[in-house]
Design a protein around this ligand. Structure first.
Ligand SMILES: Nc1ncnc2c1ncn2[C@@H]1O[C@H](COP(=O)(O)OP(=O)(O)OP(=O)(O)O)[C@@H](O)[C@H]1O
Ligand SMILES: [Mg+2]
Length: 412
């Protein structure tokens, strides 16, 4: 009977809190998972940034990546390691690189989801020095009147970058004048204008991690640290949460994003997914507060499951089965069921749950104890200290700490 070590790499940028908590919980779990006649052990290491030989081996079995969407050297190291060394990574770097908000809107519209009506328009200005720009525009760019899109979509509408994230350049426009102003101010960004789902009576951000999904009511008008609400206010029934689970897992499995979040707005009983290309979703205690421990546990469960089972990473999206369902004459509800069934199969939901029930039975208790420790408080403090002015560090560390203590009393 041999001990086999599975090595998990953390490819990190500004993240401080979840990696510290993840590492501590993995240490305390001290897993020994029987496999065949052997015992699996787990080692966690932070991936360093350094020159690399394209032919060099890779010591990791799995990498949790938080850099691909903006740090090219790490992304290209990961792509090399997937292609040449059989590395398993979430998220798939090719789909992150090539599919932004715009593609995600198109794809889910095609699957029949009630994504709000959206137009793309060419940019107001150009950053490129490409000498072909002027002849291209002179020959082919049609003059257009941005003001005409307003009445087609209705007001209020939202003007936002086609590849947006972090509320960059998002503007609510209430009339033609503000739509024109948003266009004038948009610079070299390629933008969408999108029909507003206003008013809405439910706003939920669903975080999907493998087959695990957490739904949190979201208040976009609150300060950053209070946008994730403490609890659902009771207005969101279990049946609605199930619809949101299916929407989230459909999106995530379609793109091969194992970690992603989906924002949906409810109007007249219908959930409209509106922002769901977030393949490196916010994982910070400073925004997630009482929901943070759930996410850390989700990181542990899905990474251990994938590393232990050596399930093959899905390299190609394979959209045909979704499109076959989309073309059928089923109702939207039935299609959503069928998409979600593909997601459950691709994400191995049943096998994952059985694995957790057998091998990760200690996780809840270990996490519960850890999140009451000074080590956990230090991890929170580090993140707060990185984001808040000096005079607010103690106050906000205490606030997030108390919310996590509330989670310890009340559960996920
Ligand atoms: N169609 C819409 N209807 C109603 N509200 C909208 C719509 N589009 C955007 N918003 C509002 O604007 C906010 C930012 O838009 P969106 O989520 O698309 O941008 P983002 O930059 O991807 O945000 P983030 O990455 O922080 O989630 C939303 O959280 C929501 O409050
Ligand atoms: Mg958003």
């Amino acid at each position: 009977m041999a001990e086999i070590t599975r090595k998990i790499g953390l490819s990190l940028g500004a993240d401080l809190c979840w990696p510290a908590c993840y590492e501590a919980i993995m240490r305390q779990l001290d897993l020994r998972i029987p496999l065949g006649g052997d015992t699996l052990r787990f080692e966690v290491e932070r991936v360093m940034i350094e020159p690399f030989d394209l032919r060099q081996p890779c010591s990791y079995d799995l990498v949790i990546d938080r850099l691909t969407h903006w740090y090219n050297t790490s992304r290209e190291w990961i792509k090399k390691a997937v292609i040449m060394n059989g590395l398993y990574v979430f998220n798939n770097p090719w789909t992150v690189q090539s599919m932004e908000k715009h593609t995600a809107y198109c794809a889910m519209m095609q699957l029949g989801m009630p994504v709000p009506d959206t137009w793309m328009f060419p940019p107001k200005a150009y950053a490129t020095k490409n000498p072909d720009l002027q002849p291209t525009l002179q020959r082919y760019a049609k003059l257009f009147d941005i003001g005409r899109l307003g009445p087609r979509l209705g007001y209020p509408a939202f003007v936002k970058p086609y590849d947006g994230g972090g509320w960059r350049s998002v503007r609510k426009v209430d009339d033609e004048a503000s739509l024109r102003e948003a266009y004038e101010d948009s610079g070299a960004e390629v933008m969408h204008v999108q029909a507003g789902i206003v008013p809405y009576d439910g706003f939920v951000r669903s975080i999907g991690f493998g087959p695990q999904v957490l739904h949190v009511s979201y208040d976009p008008d609150a300060p950053l640290h209070d946008r994730y609400c403490q609890r659902h206010d009771g207005s969101i029934a279990a049946a609605d949460l199930e619809v949101l689970r299916k929407i989230t897992l459909t999106i995530n499995s379609f793109f091969g994003w194992e970690l992603n979040s989906c924002e949906s707005l409810r109007r007249d009983g219908v959930w409209h997914p509106m922002d769901f290309a977030n393949a490196c979703p916010d994982s910070q205690v400073t925004s997630l507060h009482r929901h943070f421990p759930w996410l850390v546990k989700a990181y542990v469960r899905w990474s251990v499951y994938c590393a232990a089972t050596k399930r093959p990473m899905r390299q190609n999206p394979d959209w045909a089965p979704y499109y076959a369902i989309a073309r059928s004459d089923r109702s939207y509800e039935d299609k959503l069921d069928a998409y979600a069934a593909i997601a459950d199969e691709r994400l191995e939901t049943a096998r994952f749950e059985a694995f957790c029930a057998e091998h990760l039975t200690e996780l809840d208790a270990v996490a519960h104890e850890f999140f009451g420790s000074t080590e956990a408080r230090d991890a929170i403090r580090q993140k707060v200290a990185a984001l808040f002015p000096a005079h607010e560090i103690e106050e906000f560390t205490e606030l997030f700490w108390q919310r996590i203590q509330a989670w310890r009393r009340e559960g996920d």
